[in-house]
Design a protein around this ligand. Sequence first.
Ligand code: PEP
Ligand code: MN
Length: 277
Amino acid sequence: MISRSKQIQNADRPTVNTVPIDIGDGIFVGGSQVIMMAGPCSVESYEQTRKSAEAVAAVGGRVLRGGAYKPRTSPDTFQGLGRPGLEILRKVADEFNLLVVTEALAVEHVPIVAEMADIIQIGSRNMQHYPLLWAAGEIDKPVLLKRGYMATISEWLAAAAHIERRGNQRILLCERGIRTFDPATRNTMDTNAIALAKQISPFPVIADPSHATGQSNLVIPVARAAVAAGADGLLVEFHPDPKSALSDGHQSLPLTTLSTFYTEVAPIAAACHRELI
Ligand code: PEP
Ligand code: MN
């Protein structure tokens, strides 16, 4: 339980300016552009990932997401392709001139993910896996740190400090929804956290409306809310055929809706004097 005095402390803190982070290819997160990171939950095959990359590039997107090492709740479900998945991601991203964000699930994945990807994702369940944070702190690649779904904002920022303390300053915070009392949606997008993290931390903030909602019909409206709250980027799940997806199909949008996504979300970015790319 956060104390009232802590809340007052937050309210009294001077606003910190976001320091834009270079993620490669001249792209900065935390500046005037809102950066879209789109793609499947999991890399399932070369064809599925290539179709995704092609569609992301076709709408002007610059970053492809996709998991090769998957943190699955049940061991009976698809666990990811592992290293061959990383190879698929790199190959199709290079073909369409995209950057790659993908998860390192364990300390031993960090070197290979750092070699094959442009941004290393640390998942919600691993937000307080300190040896993983330390390993990510020692590499020269940006790290996207998802907020634990039961972590407070201060615990999330403290986890980021563990990465920073080891020397890596390129940290992207990612709000991906927290568990609340209401089971009506998978999680709840904490737009307060987006706005507050932007004010009290120099790190850019990404929002993930896919995991925050758990249902594809809510992804666009919640992405709009996140951008309005100040998000510097969006991490969104798309799939060529969500019904056949091996993970998170119910929250994945079909690739055919990528242009609608931009049409719906870009005006919110524009209203905040920003451009969605
Ligand atoms: C993901 O991005 O596919 C993922 C597993 O996210 P999270 O760690 O937020 O559940
Ligand atoms: Mn997912």
